[in-house]
Design a protein around this ligand. Sequence first.
Ligand code: ADP
Ligand code: MG
Length: 331
Amino acid sequence: KASVHRICSGQVILDLSMAVKELVENSLDAGATSIEIKLKDYGADSLEVADNGCGVSPDNYQALTLKYHTSKISEFADLQSLCSFGFRGEALSSLCALGDLNVVTRTKNETVATHVQFDHSGSIISQKSEARPVGTTVIVSGLFKSLPVRHKEFMKNIRREYSRLLTVLHGYALIAKNVRLVCTHLTGKTRTMILKTQGTSSIKDNIITVFGTKMAACLEPVDLSVCSECRIEGFVSKPGSGSGRPSGDRQFFYINSRPVELPKVSKMLNELYRSFNSQQFPMAVLNFILPTTTYDVNVTPDKRKVFLHAESELLQAFRQSLESVYAPERY
Ligand code: ADP
Ligand code: MG
């Protein structure tokens, strides 16, 4: 039975960046204004996400790892209007199957936190009191160790996994307003700060904290009304400025502030900038503000791939607006 659980739940979390993404989203859903991520040996040894959110109350400890159990939907109707990140109840149940899961949590109703240890099937092994302010710390050790073949592959590609994780964290650091995000990495005895944002109230300030003033200076604001309820806002680099390397790690897309992958938007931007004779790949931080009925985020388990009902119209409007500003003769 345990092995069936492992195989099924392996689908939600396929790599390190997805594990961290799920934990950070849970913290944001819990209303955290401070999130601290600690990685040990690229996250392979352990990864820890600590927040100052609402915490989990004692009667919900066991439900944490129940598959398809979520505290975030009360009715099916909610699905359409949902704006929290998670609502499948799959992340923690997958993580406990893939590694060793420990949760330390405290709500405002408790005077002390509880450290809950889970086994690979999601059952509680032990509970003990621990000092901690209100909030939750989730620790995953030995990610993928329960799947030897997967683990070998994971360790072989650990640097790449780690850099993808950083890109994912950058995505949240750029869009999250007034959330403090800190990530440190421990290798051997050295702890390195790899990301630290104070949580500013604007995307521009977040860009400055994450990528520095030099990159921020290359960016032009975008604020485009496509239809009465559809807007694109954020920043793109001016043609001719920006990054000489392929753009994957410098293009960030969001729908209603939720990080998503929009490969067609990326492709359009890259092609357009090439047509401007720009040697540089465009950088972009773009938030698509859309009515919740015009897209579907439930296409893939990781909720990153989205189906946009009016993608080609949005793309065309965006393209035309960029052309009108940067068309080669004017540039
Ligand atoms: P989902 O996010 O889809 O509900 P998860 O498996 O990610 O499913 O989490 C299961 C449940 O655990 C959540 O519904 C939430 O109630 C609780 N939870 C997880 N992480 C946190 C956290 N950092 N703070 C408070 N509650 C949490
Ligand atoms: Mg979740």
